[in-house]
Structures are given as C-alpha cells and as structure tokens.
Design a protein around this ligand. Structure first.
Ligand code: SF4
Length: 341
C-alpha cells in the first residue's frame, strides 16, 4: 500500500493521463443537471454527515411532492437540464409511497429529463421499511419513472470504517447487492468512495477493487467518483482537516489506474473546487460532472464552491485545460461538442 503514501504524483499522473487519453482523447464530459434533495430529515446518524436533521429540529426541511415538482419545473425553464440527481435523508414516515409519488410526478412533469435517483442506502431502507425484496423495490421504482441510480452511500466498504462512521445504514454487501441487482435489471449506476476521514490506505484500495470486481461481473457502473470529505459541521470537525490538493489528485490518479474496467473518472468540482478539477483533467479525469443547479449536502459541510456553475463557465474551464468540452447525457451518450472549431 506504499503507493498511497509514497506516490510520485507526476510519474503516476502521466500514466493516468495516458490511460485517460487512450480512452477519451481530448474530450472532457459534462452534464447539464440539477440536484434535488427532497428532505434532510434522516433516521440514520452518519458521523460524517452535516446534512441530516431530526424531524422538528432547526434547519430540518421536507418538500411535499407538488412543491418539489414545481421547483424542478421552474428550474428546468431556467437551466434546461437533462438530468435530475435526487438523493435525500431516510424520512421516518414519508418514505416509500412518497418516493414513488415523487418519481411519478417528476416524470409526468418533465418526461424528457433523466431521473437518477435514490442511493443504494435509500433503496435498502425502502426494502427494510416495506419488507419488500430489493428487486421488487427497484421494479416499482422503474415503473414510477426511475432511470438510473446514483452511487452515494458507498463511503468506504471496510467494516472497521463503516462500524465507526455509518453503522446503521446499508452494509458494504448490501450496497453492492443493490447495484448488482439494478445492473441485472438493465439499470446503470454510478459508483463513489468517500475519503479523507478515518480510512487507511489499504481500505481505499480494497474499496476500489470491490468496485472493480462488481464491474467485472455486471459492467453496470458508468463512472467512478472519489469524493473528498468536508469535515465542517460534522462530528469530525475538530479532529480532521479538509483534504489537500495533492491527496485529491492522487485519489483520482489511483482510481484511473486501478479501475481498468470503468470508462469514466469524475472530478466532482463541488467538493474539489473548480481549479483543482480543471487540473485533474490532466490526471486521469475525463468527466467534470455538471452544472449541478442547487447543491446542499456538501455546502452544509462547509464547501465554499458555488452551488451551481453556468454551462459556459464549465466549457471555458475545460477548454483552458486543453480539452474539448462535450455535453453528455446521464448514460454518457454524446449530446453536443462545443468549441471544437
Ligand atoms: S449520510 Fe445519508 S444516511 Fe447518513 S445521516 Fe446523512 S442523510 Fe442520513
């Protein structure tokens, strides 16, 4: 595991860049998307979470379906996004039927918009509260309008870490099982890893290799996203500092080099910042995420990045990195190449 601690960034970065260019040439992808977090009320208490609240606590919120839909329709008029990325807390009572109603209403209001919604943790929670098998939960959600799954909730798979930071929610095996079942049903999903808290180097490598193993089995992940932990307003506020740029780049490089079977590596600019994400486009990264629209989760943990980026700003960031901006859809089909001439 020396590679994570004694890592020559430029040497391995060149290798990761070569691999990135072999796969994607000069293209750098982005999506015009919008984040919807319908509630931050959550029955779980993950140690790293600055977003969650108890019902009735100051700062707790819950969007009724009409309000959530109206909010998205209004934002769509302004932003013209192609994807809604929707994740939220595990509400103690408004969970399963509410989520189906929300999917149906969003799909009816914005039929052309891809709904990437509900992490494996949420899917597992719905299975727990309804007693339905995970397959049945997924089937009902697809019928209601679900198009793909986001990759949140993976954190770090190692049991030692999960026991310490998120003991209540879906285990690593449950997270992987939800994605396996989704892939078998033909759904695509994204994959993530949260680093910068209590994980050890060998647990990072184990996490990435477990993603690679499932990808060998299903080919259902379309991207891997290393997520840099923001400690502000969390239980780690006094004991952990935010990650550094060098660490962030190393995670991206390592991910590109280890995940030979995942096409895309994403720099999530909300967590990394615009400038480091731009640099990352030469360190194994080919995907800049997107406009985002309205980010709450990382900003409640102290992120100082904007809550959204205009498309033209993203294109400029990509162009100035020497890459060609390519607008993609949620499944990485090409929608538009900008500024090629
Ligand atoms: S990370 Fe998700 S599951 Fe954990 S407390 Fe926060 S909202 Fe709840």
């Amino acid at each position: 595991m020396e590679i994570l601690t004694n890592f020559d960034l430029l040497r391995y970065g060149r290798l990761a860049n070569r691999e990135r260019e072999r796969r994607h040439g000069d293209r750098a992808y982005y999506v015009i998307n919008f984040h919807l977090n319908p509630t931050n009320i959550c029955v779980y208490r993950c140690m790293f979470c600055a977003f969650r609240r108890d019902e009735g606590e100051a700062g707790a919120y819950f969007f009724e379906v009409p309000h959530a839909v109206e909010h998205c329709v209004e934002a769509h008029r302004r932003l013209g996004f192609t994807e809604i990325h929707m994740v939220g807390g595990m509400h103690p009572t408004r969970h399963w039927e509410y989520s189906l109603d929300l999917l149906r209403a969003l799909k009816a209001a914005l039929p052309q918009v891809h709904l990437k919604a509900f992490t494996a943790v949420e899917i597992q929670f719905f299975a727990r509260v309804t007693g339905l098998p995970v397959e049945a939960v997924l089937e009902r959600m697809v019928d209601a309008g679900l198009d793909s799954l986001p990759g949140g909730g993976a954190e770090i798979f190692a049991p030692r870490v999960r026991r310490a930071i998120c003991a209540e929610k879906a285990s690593a095996e449950e997270w992987l099982s939800v994605h396996r079942l989704a892939h078998r049903m033909g759904l695509k999903s994204t994959s993530t890893m949260l680093y910068g808290h209590i994980e050890r180097p060998e647990e990072v490598v184990d996490h990435i290799l477990r993603i690679r193993d499932l990808q060998d089995e299903t080919s259902g992940f379309n991207v891997f996203i290393p997520l840099a932990f923001h400690p502000e307003n969390t239980n780690f506020e006094s004991t952990r500092r935010p990650t550094t740029g060098l660490r962030d780049l190393k995670m991206l490089v390592l991910s590109r080099l280890l995940l030979d079977n995942v096409s895309h590596i994403k720099a999530y600019w909300i967590m990394l910042g615009e400038k480091l994400s731009q640099v990352a486009l030469s360190f194994g990264v080919d995907d800049f995420d997107g406009t985002v629209g309205e980010e709450k989760i990382t900003h409640m943990a102290g992120a100082t990045t904007p809550q959204e980026l205009p498309t033209e700003r993203i294109r400029r960031i990509i162009r100035e990195a020497g890459r060609v901006p390519v607008q993609r859809d949620s499944l990485y089909d090409l929608l538009e190449m900008a500024g090629v001439a």
